[in-house]
Write a protein that binds this ligand. Sequence first.
Ligand SMILES: [Fe+2]
Ligand SMILES: [Fe+2]
Length: 290
Amino acid sequence: MTATAERLLKSSARQSYDPEVDIDWSAPVDPSLWGMQPERMSLYGTELWDGLTKEQRITLSQHEVASIASVGLWFELLLMQMMLRDLYDDDPTGAHMHYALTEVADECRHSTMFGKSIAHFGVPAYGPPRKIHRLGRLFTHVVRGPSSYASILVAEEILDTWQRELMKDERVQPITRMVARIHVLEEARHMTFARDEVRRQLEGLSRAQLVVQQNLTAQTCLMVARSLVNPKVYASVGIDPRDGRRAALGNPHYRATMQWMGEKPLAFLRENGLLPENQERVWRASLLLG
Ligand SMILES: [Fe+2]
Ligand SMILES: [Fe+2]
């Protein structure tokens, strides 16, 4: 554990970004470029999609990427609270605490970066639906132990898979690609840390405690995954949010995208006993499991 933390600290010192200076925020927005890769959008391939012009699809992509970024930001605020609470009893002289604080500092920069990026494109920071927003506050008090790092890992890794593809896509806005590149680089360390914490914190749990952790992980991930695309985004191109939501949930392309995003973290949870068969219904509802 300390060895991992020390390695991650060295890597952080070697390579980190400052989005304030590493992103050219004064660059003009090219309206012909996409906000995200169209094939990964929630309505791609549906009848509603067929009814949109290319300009409308690009507009929707700008709103959909803002929704995902704002939900990422919202979850970063929650995970920072969970991490800081976890650190309360930690040893301030040890590498473990030093790295965890470095990670919180990364997340502070990320949240600023996501917020600035949404503002740059002049679209709303949709965030999760209101009910989930309220529920999130409660979750930071309830989610403890391995489930906190397991849900951090799932949130980080689903976004990582999506951003790794997005950052290479030349059809996408350069600022959004750079935001993704910065995030991917720094999140690789966070995911290593999260996997380590999950394994460590699972040690010595009783059967009953494990069941609680399995439930908390599934419920937190359900909340995050289902919130990524706020249905209000559809109104930006004149689609009723309820119609858009219904079409997205039934869209085989979108379901495949969500499963692609969930593949790696869910395999990890399974290997570590955090995704038992009796929880699969919840995981399927999150769309991360087929
Ligand atoms: Fe982050
Ligand atoms: Fe992170």
